[in-house]
Design a protein around this ligand. Structure first.
Ligand code: IMP
Length: 203
């Protein structure tokens, strides 16, 4: 059984204002005040883990240790089957100067090289999100959300961010870059992880 969240304040251990706002929106129905790591001037730890879980947990634990409040952190990325799971936890690092046009081109190039080498075409990929909730006494709960899909090139659509323009979730005929933000929020890997977190710890 997961530990229930009974405090009245929660730190969102992300320095990204957009993410902190999204999390606050998702927890609006619950009587908890959300504070961001940025507001508290918390340091950003290096993401030295080797999995989404490692990185989400290390960010949540670092924040709770630094301020003494429970903390929620996430780590996300895209894993491509033909590339043995890459870029994975390095998804952001594949974009030089945050240029995801270059990151998507690298994915296309590496998939084409792999196809030439193996003679097999495989366009399967996943969007992954791990949410970790850490308490000051060291207890941690974590939840994984996985959105299955396949990749298309060239990129399509100007909505969203990151790898959205090349990712078509299963059961949908358009890329995440062609969906509205509101619709993507209902099906995304983050939404899937959030639903588990809310069911386990906030209900
Ligand atoms: P982080 O969790 O902030 O480290 O973000 C990891 C990276 O994964 C982002 O910079 C994006 O490149 C990618 N990513 C995570 N979630 C999504 C998504 O919903 N759409 C597209 N790319 C994503």
């Amino acid at each position: 059984m997961a530990r229930k969240f009974k405090d009245d304040k929660l730190v969102v251990a992300s320095h990204n204002a957009g993410k902190a706002r999204e999390i606050a929106e998702l927890l609006e129905a619950f009587p908890v005040k959300i504070v961001s790591a940025k507001e508290l001037n918390l340091p950003e730890p290096d993401e030295t883990g080797l999995t989404y879980i490692d990185n989400a947990v290390l960010k949540a634990v670092a924040a709770t240790k630094a301020c003494g409040l429970p903390a929620l952190a996430d780590d996300s990325g895209m894993s491509v089957d033909a590339l043995d799971g890459a870029p994975g936890i390095y998804s952001a690092r594949w974009a030089p100067n945050k240029d995801f046009g270059l990151a998507m081109e690298r994915v296309r190039r590496e998939m084409a090289e792999k196809e030439r080498a193996t003679g097999q075409k495989n366009d399967r990929a996943q969007f992954n999100c791990c949410l970790a909730l850490a308490w000051p006494d060291g207890h941690v709960e974590h939840f994984m959300g996985v959105l299955q899909g396949h990749l298309v090139f060239p990129p399509r659509g100007n909505n969203g961010f990151g790898y959205d323009p090349i990712f078509i979730p299963d059961g949908h005929g358009i890329t995440c870059g062609e969906m509205t933000h509101a619709f993507k929020q209902t099906i995304s890997h983050r939404a899937l992880a959030f639903r588990q977190l809310v069911d386990a710890c906030f209900k």
